[in-house]
Every structure is written in structure tokens, then in C-alpha cells.
Design a protein around this ligand. Structure first.
Ligand code: NDP
Length: 377
């Protein structure tokens, strides 16, 4: 996955005016269930604090399982460290906190060193979890985190892609070792393929020429086959491991389900081949939340080390955790694939900005078939 689109050339230089206006946003003032979501018209429009930042007017946002988890306090220990690394802010509080990780919108202002974007540009982005989110009229991001929105998509469609794209690419490329050049005929298994990350990953891997097997519920078979899946295993129709064990073994497994999946999935990899199991469901943030930063990180590090060591020495396969990584240049390349018609948005449901709590309820019900999007403006 090469960064082929060089981000060069000075597009525009402008400075951030001082902003006193307030904006409309959904915030939480404490962690909890759906009742903690509050709509306000009185939160300040974010200002451009660094010369490399852009201010974006959000047209659409989408929700991810992370938003539901963060609403309940998931990851707060590690994310607060990122928000205030040296504990320099005596009265630091993450509240009022704005959730929402994806956006599609329009640049309205740029820091003095922004070279790639100008006011009026239509952009999309995934907002890092430690920053104020996209369930708001405006978001500030660094230009590295932002990318030109695909011209062929509406804002609603575009908002469904950035976070799952950055996550899938981080997992498949950085952890899974796959890329456009080496994936031809590689056998890849995706568990939980009917959700946001899975529906994107199937399409990306098919553009790279991989052979893609997926697990999902029976009623998602039409969706995943339509996106290109070669083999579909219904995990609700008996023992999923038994159904997969009779197949040829895999080069890479992307696990979107977690739980006990790794107990049976490691045996599905080609032994002594450097095959890789990559899970997006790791205990790192749960550990730091429950044990504190130091003990939680040590515990997670030990768990990862032990599992990786045991698998590489006993079967010659890699065991890895993957995480979302903000990356605008990667989204530039995804944008090209979308405009070439190789990757389609999978929008399952959309809600108006007044119904953000209902959008969260939809997500909490599970059984996603692609993404839930909120029309912000
Ligand atoms: P979604 O909720 O969009 O999708 C999950 C999908 O899995 C649903 O379609 C669900 O449908 C299906 N599913 C549930 N149980 C099983 C099962 N046992 N076997 C097969 N399919 C199953 O989640 P995302 O795609 O957005 O994310 C996937 C996972 O990755 C989540 O746990 C998320 O928290 C995590 N994640 C981690 C990131 C990181 O940085 N580490 C970043 C992004 C995501 P149904 O129940 O109907 O079968």
C-alpha cells in the first residue's frame, strides 16, 4: 500500500480567525448508557490551534462500535493520557465529550502551514479517538488526517468509509503484511465480515486479487457475496471451526469477532509459512481501564508476547493485534478506488442529526450490515 499520491504544492495559505460562535453538537458530560447523550447549541466552534490544522464543516458522520464503547467510558485511561500527556492542565476534563469517528464535509478554514487543502474543498476523514468527534457541526483535524472525498459519493455515502478503511488497512497491511502487489491468490479469512470493517475489507482484498472466505450469519450471505466474497460460512449453522477446517488453509485471518475465535482460528493458518492471524479485538484498552495505565499496559504486553511466542514456536504462524491508525494519505488511495467503482459504500441506515440517540440504539442492537450514518447538515 504505497503512498503514491504525493502531498505537495502550496494550495492556499490562510489563517484561523478568532472564533467566538457556538455550534450544534451531541455531547456527553459523563460516561453511561444512551441517556447521557445531550444535544447542545452552545459548545464553542473548535479553533485552529496549530498551523497544520484545518477546520471542517461536517455534512455527515457515521457511528462505529467504538462510539458505543466510548460512551460507556471504554479506553478513557489511555485516551486521557493522549489528550493531556503531561497532566499539565490542572482542571483537565474530557467532558463535554463529542463522539463520532467518521466525517465527510467541507474545509472552511486552514492553519498557516496547511499546503494540501483550501477552504471549499470537499473532504473525508476518520477522527482519532482522543480528539473531539464528528457528531458536531465543526471538527478540527491536522491536514495529515484529512483526504479529498471521493467525487462519486454523496457526503452520506462517504461518511461510511474512513474509519473502517483506516482500520482495515492498518490490520491487513501493517499487521497482516498484505498489499496490492503481494495479495494475488492469497487465501484470506475474514470473521464477522458483514459489519463495517468486514464489508470494506472484502472489497479491498478482491481489488488486490486475494481469495476471500468469510464468516457471517446466513441472512448476510447475499450482501457479502455481492461485495465479492468467494466462500461464505454461516456461523449460525453449526460449528464454524468444523466448517472451516475442511477448507484449504489460510495465509491471513482478519478477526472482527474476538472472544474464543483465536482458539480455533490459529489452526486454520498454513503452518510454518509465516501466515498471520490478526485480531481487531484486543484487551489493551480494557486492561488499562481496569488496572491503570502501567499495570494494564504491562499485562496486555505480556499477553501479546506469550501468545505470539507460543504460536511462532509451535506452528510458525504469527499472532498479532491491530488498531485503527489515522492516515489521510491512505484515504487518498481509497478515494481513488471508490471513484474507480472498485469499492462501494455500504450504508445500512441513516438518521437525521436530531436522532443521534436512535442511531446509537441501532448500533447497540448489533447485527450490523455495513454502516449507520448520521446526516449532520
Ligand atoms: P460491526 O458491529 O459493524 O460488525 C460486526 C459484525 O459481526 C456484524 O455484522 C455481526 O452480525 C457479525 N458477527 C457477530 N458475531 C459474529 C460471529 N460469531 N461470527 C461471524 N460474524 C459475527 O463491527 P465493525 O466491523 O465496525 O468492527 C468489528 C470489530 O472490530 C468490533 O469488535 C470493533 O470494536 C473492532 N474494532 C477495533 C478497532 C481497533 O482499533 N482495534 C477498530 C475498529 C473496529 P451478526 O451478529 O448478525 O452475525
Amino acid at each position: 500500500w504505497s503512498k503514491t499520491l504525493a502531498r505537495t504544492g502550496c494550495r492556499n495559505v490562510c489563517s484561523s480567525p478568532s472564533r467566538l460562535q457556538s455550534m450544534s453538537a451531541w455531547v456527553i458530560d459523563q460516561y453511561g448508557s444512551s441517556g447521557v447523550l445531550r444535544h447542545t447549541e452552545e459548545i464553542a466552534i473548535p479553533s485552529i490551534n496549530f498551523a497544520n490544522e484545518v477546520l471542517i464543516k461536517v455534512s455527515a458522520a457515521s457511528l462505529n462500535p467504538l462510539d458505543v464503547n466510548m460512551r460507556g467510558g471504554y479506553g478513557a485511561t489511555l485516551l486521557n493520557l493522549r489528550r493531556d500527556p503531561l497532566s499539565v492542565m490542572s482542571s483537565f476534563s474530557e467532558f463535554p465529550l463529542i463522539l463520532g469517528r467518521d466525517l465527510s464535509g467541507v474545509v472552511v478554514d486552514c492553519g498557516s502551514e496547511v499546503t494540501h487543502f483550501a477552504p471549499g474543498d470537499e473532504v473525508w476523514a476518520a477522527v482519532p479517538p482522543w480528539k473531539q468527534g464528528s457528531l458536531a457541526e465543526y471538527v478540527t483535524l491536522t491536514e495529515y488526517e484529512v483526504s479529498y472525498k471521493p467525487k462519486s459519493l454523496s457526503h452520506i455515502e462517504a461518511a461510511s468509509i474512513p474509519y473502517v478503511a483506516n482500520t482495515a488497512l492498518s490490520a491487513l497491511v501493517n499487521a497482516g503484511g498484505l498489499c496490492r502487489e503481494n495479495s494475488l491468490n492469497k487465501r484470506v479469512l475474514i470473521t464477522g465480515a458483514s459489519g463495517g470493517v468486514g464489508t470494506f475489507s472484502i472489497q479491498l482484498l478482491k481489488t488486490w486479487g486475494a481469495h476471500v472466505t468469510v464468516t457471517c450469519s446466513q441472512n448476510a450471505e447475499g450482501l457479502v457475496r455481492g461485495l465479492g466474497a468467494d466462500e461464505v460460512v454461516d456461523y449460525t449453522a453449526g460449528d464454524v471451526a468444523e466448517q472451516l477446517e475442511i477448507m484449504e488453509k489460510f495465509d491471513v485471518i482478519l478477526d472482527n469477532v474476538g472472544g474464543d475465535t483465536e482458539e480455533w482460528a490459529m489452526g486454520l493458518l498454513k503452518p510454518w509459512s509465516g501466515a498471520k492471524y490478526v485480531t481487531l479485538v484486543s484487551p489493551l484498552l480494557l486492561n488499562t481501564d481496569s488496572m491503570g495505565l502501567l499495570d494494564g499496559t504491562l499485562r496486555a504486553g505480556l499477553t501479546l508476547h506469550n501468545k505470539a511466542f507460543q504460536n511462532i514456536t509451535s506452528a510458525g504462524v504469527f499472532y498479532r493485534w491491530a488498531f485503527y491508525a489515522p492516515d489521510g494519505p491512505t484515504l487518498d488511495e481509497v478515494s481513488q478506488l471508490v471513484d474507480a467503482g472498485k469499492i462501494l459504500p455500504v450504508v445500512e441506515a441513516q438518521f437525521p442529526f436530531t436522532q443521534v440517540p436512535q442511531a446509537f440504539q441501532k448500533l447497540e442492537q448489533g447485527h450490523a450490515r455495513g454502516k449507520t450514518v448520521v446526516k449532520v447538515a
